[in-house]
Design a protein around this ligand. Structure first.
Ligand code: DX5
Ligand code: ZN
Length: 232
């Protein structure tokens, strides 16, 4: 599966993060934001180790794929051992699997071999992404950039939705933007809303994740429109 989403010509893609949806009405929540213009669904997987929280796993991804056969499913792994989850998420219908630079060697003792992991993700038929946390310098990403369909810059420390945007990540975003090719998406995640999104887009982000600002809004369509137009 290659990155099949077509960019909105003058704007950014909006990735609806289901972490802030009403879990008891997940299908209706996703249908609603997709009908209102969200381009794809962002699935936050937390293992209770890399971050303290526990969220959802491959069964949620499989259920979304069953209900939404054509929607791009962007799975963000906040887990210590992403290599344990490549095959299960491929089987569950994920379109893209992203993992954190912080769990890769040499950043962590016994860390994952990121080159091998990217190759496995591709071999399993998915797009591959790498994610970087706010305090982490970006140079560790450099060896992988040419192989990735997506780089995800966290603009909050991962673990939950509803946190405040950290503007210090914008410098790093510009640094990454200069080094990726046109085939690589630059996604930003955390604290994005119509007020903060223009800074993200101006720094180079072309895919905006939103959870609380979207699912918590009374007028979700307007939030999506504003994010699509951010920075233009
Ligand atoms: C944070 C997750 C985000 C989160 C964003 O750990 O990776 O995707 O859902 O939530 P908001 O948009 O509310 O900051
Ligand atoms: Zn996320």
């Amino acid at each position: 599966m290659s990155f099949a989403i077509t960019a909105v010509p003058t704007g950014s893609l909006v990735a609806a993060s289901i972490l802030s949806a009403d879990f008891a009405h997940m299908a209706q929540e996703c249908r609603d934001v997709l009908d209102k213009g969200a381009d794809l669904l962002h699935v936050d997987v937390m293992d209770g180790h890399f971050v303290p929280n526990l969220t959802m796993g491959p069964d949620m991804c499989r259920a979304l794929r069953r209900h939404f056969p054509d929607v791009y499913l962007d799975v963000h792994l906040m887990v210590q051992r992403p290599s344990d989850y490549v095959d299960v998420f491929a089987d569950a219908g994920a379109s893209l699997l992203s993992f954190h630079l912080e769990v890769s060697g040499p950043m962590r003792d016994g860390g994952e071999d990121a080159h091998a992991l990217i190759d496995r993700i591709h071999g399993a038929g998915m797009d591959a992404g790498m994610v970087i946390n706010p305090p982490t310098p970006p140079d560790g990403l450099e060896p992988y950039l040419s192989k990735l369909e997506l780089v995800l810059v966290m603009s909050v420390n991962p673990g939950r939705s509803g946190q405040k945007f950290i503007p210090e990540v914008l410098d790093k975003t510009r640094w990454i933007k200069k080094r990726i090719g046109p085939g690589t998406r630059l996604e930003m995640d955390g604290g994005l809303n119509p007020q903060t999104a223009p800074q993200a887009v101006t720094a180079g982000a072309d895919m905006l994740v939103t959870a609380s600002a979207l699912f918590g809004a009374v007028d979700r369509a307007t939030v999506i429109d504003q994010l699509h137009g951010a920075g233009s």
